[in-house]
Ligand binder design. Sequence first.
Ligand code: DXP
Ligand SMILES: NCC(=O)COP(=O)(O)O
Length: 246
Amino acid sequence: MTCLSVNLNKIALLRNSRGRDFPNVIDFANKFIALGVHGITIHPRQDERHITNQDARDLGQLLPHNSRIELNIEGYPSEDFLKMVEEIKPAQCTLVPDAPDQLTSDHGWDLDKDAEFVTQVCQRLNDAGIRSAIFLDPDVSMVEKAVKTGAARIELYTEEFAATHGTEQGKVVLERYRQAAARAQQLGLEVNAGHDLDLNNLPDFLSIPGILEVSIGHVLTVECIEQGMEKVTARYLEICAANPSV
Ligand SMILES: CC(=O)[C@@H](O)[C@H](O)COP(=O)(O)O
Ligand SMILES: NCC(=O)COP(=O)(O)O
């Protein structure tokens, strides 16, 4: 079974658009938890365009380190970000190589360039008892470098899979993800995945064995508007339950 971690960034974006605390992020975390999700993911960006640092602290109160529902905080490991993560102590922290002005996450780490930095940060997270994950393109050579960073997990960046899904090229692309996931597992790295996953493409992605967690937010939020939270969440959970173990 794959764990479903719902990303609340877009709930926070809607909240920020009106200057009052509605919709409330904690309220939506509780609604998704009541529907059976396994985790909550947030990505506090430096400009706090959606999730704020206060949201992160509030969710840290709701989902303390050993709570049944995991909190996954994603972000660029600036010193301020890391200090906040160490203070909150989520179950997992996913390191993403985003620049402050990026529209959204659009690439994994380049470990030819950043291995030393990523290794230091993973060590810091591991020392704090926080599971470290690093955002990675589906590249076997990068997976092999990821092992040396001390990260517990990788998160496969699935935008290319989503963009090519349903095409002949998509079959080739999915095979690249399959190989990257298999190599990671062979080397003892656990595998998460996320970005642009949705109800339509997730079943094919989860034909890859051993995906421990998918974090989904952007399209899921739209699907909930279109079809209702209950129906959408139940369908995601059904798809995740079908993922073959390693
Ligand atoms: C890392 C990743 O792919 C997503 O988790 C990211 O959080 C999306 O960020 P936005 O919601 O700001 O597009
Ligand atoms: N790590 C991926 C994530 O948390 C959500 O990505 P998306 O579904 O908003 O594209």
